[in-house]
Design a binder for this molecule. Sequence first.
Ligand code: 3PG
Length: 208
Amino acid sequence: QTETLHTIMTGQPVIPVIVIDDAKDAVPLAKALVAGGLPAIEITLRTAAALDAIRAVAAEVPDAIVGAGTILNAEDFKAAVEAGSKFIVSPGLTPELVDAADGSAVPLLPGAVTSSEIMAALEEGYSLLKFFPAEQAGGAAYLKSLSSPFGGVRFCPTGGVSAVNAGDYLSLPNVLCVGGSWVAPKDAVSAGDWERITELSKEAARLG
Ligand code: 3PG
């Protein structure tokens, strides 16, 4: 699983974080992101439409690598995998989530911010981690400081990351990719402005 996750995290500099209100937008949105060079996308389980959206993308956009985000417990994990998620993202890590992921072929990217959280994740075998909420938790300067004690850990910072500051994170030795919602702005999705999303994705794919 670690290898699969590493491949996803090194395949593109930015993983789009999607909050989807209407499942029917999922397929054209995923196609627009793929066309812009961002095939791995994280659909967050923050809306009622999320699981249907994941199902639709998994079935209809073969070039996309659809993942599920905001996975908070074993039940979410199972539902996301059943919907066809290729990877799972959580803002944190709990014993329940560790158990759910242990029995699964689908890799988990768990979140950690503090040293103790990172050490707990390492104890469970996780060295690829999400860093959330990146900007609010201390930003690129904080993350850079973690590279000394935790030389073997690689992060995907998300939360407040944008086209403006993504480069600060991507230049760090312990960052493989960043995550962010800026490549799929809500107004563009609701207007069906897929061209704009492809343009934003192209710009994001050039970062790093
Ligand atoms: C996440 O779950 O990764 C974040 O909500 C994405 O944060 P952003 O909307 O600030 O990019």
